[in-house]
Write a protein that binds this ligand. Structure first.
Ligand code: ADP
Ligand code: MG
Length: 250
């Protein structure tokens, strides 16, 4: 991969004809979606396939058919070096999944050292800078259980960022949080978006989607029902299913 010109030619994520079944149940029924270098929010009712779609992007779920590209790499090509491509993708889940027995600093350095082969000194310097970015400078020696849910989720985001990802996937990152802790996590994500991070965000936070997303994708029943700028999909939805969903959540 050479200069930015060639890289910008391919969308960060490109999904073509994606189907996913679990046994006899088809959960994704033919998804076509591009994520250029921007923020895409995926909304839709519970069970519509949002998490499955996100997990298919880094092949945590194996698609039944269809293609997934990350940049120019086809994840669904049997010859694809999945680990190498996954290193370029950060993922943050609803549950924070921190290492409970490691302090915050070690949570941020362990994969940098083991996967990226950074020196401890470099990994710690990057960890400290990244903690500062998520507003947690000075909490290096805390253990996850000593932190609030909002702080833990910010550590989880920092841990992903410390791996220098090209793009970030978020699956309902604020859904497990007490309402008063949601704002601090969304603020970090707004900051990332403002810095130009490519992000695919599954969320129920409609205000976030409206303000931050370049594009909103509404899913229902395993298909993309409608997608476009937030002013259109949230502000002036064209499809009845989108209107019905929004009337329940807004
Ligand atoms: P969402 O994130 O939109 O709530 P999911 O992608 O989690 O939706 O789930 C979509 C559907 O796929 C649901 O009916 C769910 O029960 C089913 N599903 C998800 N993961 C599995 C799995 N590993 N095995 C069987 N069914 C699954
Ligand atoms: Mg989900």
């Amino acid at each position: 991969m050479t200069g930015t010109d060639t890289r910008s030619a391919a969308p960060a994520i490109s999904i073509r004809g994606l189907h996913k079944s679990f046994g006899p149940v088809e959960v994704l029924k033919g998804i076509d979606l591009d994520v250029p270098g921007e923020v895409v929010c995926v909304i839709g009712p519970s069970g519509s396939g949002k998490s499955t779609l996100l997990r298919c992007v880094n092949l945590l779920e194996t698609p039944t058919s269809g293609k997934v590209f990350v940049g120019r790499d086809e994840m669904t090509d049997p010859d694809c070096d999945l680990d190498r491509v996954r290193r370029r993708i950060g993922m943050v889940f609803q549950s924070f999944n921190l290492f409970a027995h490691l302090n915050v600093l070690r949570n941020l350095t362990i994969a940098q050292i083991k996967v990226l082969r950074r020196s401890r000194t470099e990994a710690e310097a990057i960890a400290r800078r990244t903690l500062d970015r998520v507003g947690l400078a000075g909490r290096e020696t805390a253990f996850p259980a000593q932190l609030s849910g909002g702080q833990q989720q910010r550590v989880a985001i920092a841990r992903s960022l410390a791996m220098s990802p090209e793009l970030m996937l978020f699956d309902e990152p604020t859904s497990a949080l007490d309402p008063e802790l949601v704002g601090e996590v969304l603020a970090v994500m707004r900051g990332l978006a403002a810095e130009g991070m490519t992000m695919m965000v599954v969320t129920h936070e409609m205000a976030f989607a409206r303000d931050v997303a370049d594009r909103v994708v509404f899913m229902d029943g395993g298909v993309v029902v409608e997608q476009g700028p937030p002013e259109q999909v949230i502000g002036d939805p064209q499809q009845e299913r989108t209107r019905a969903f929004l009337s329940r959540v807004l």
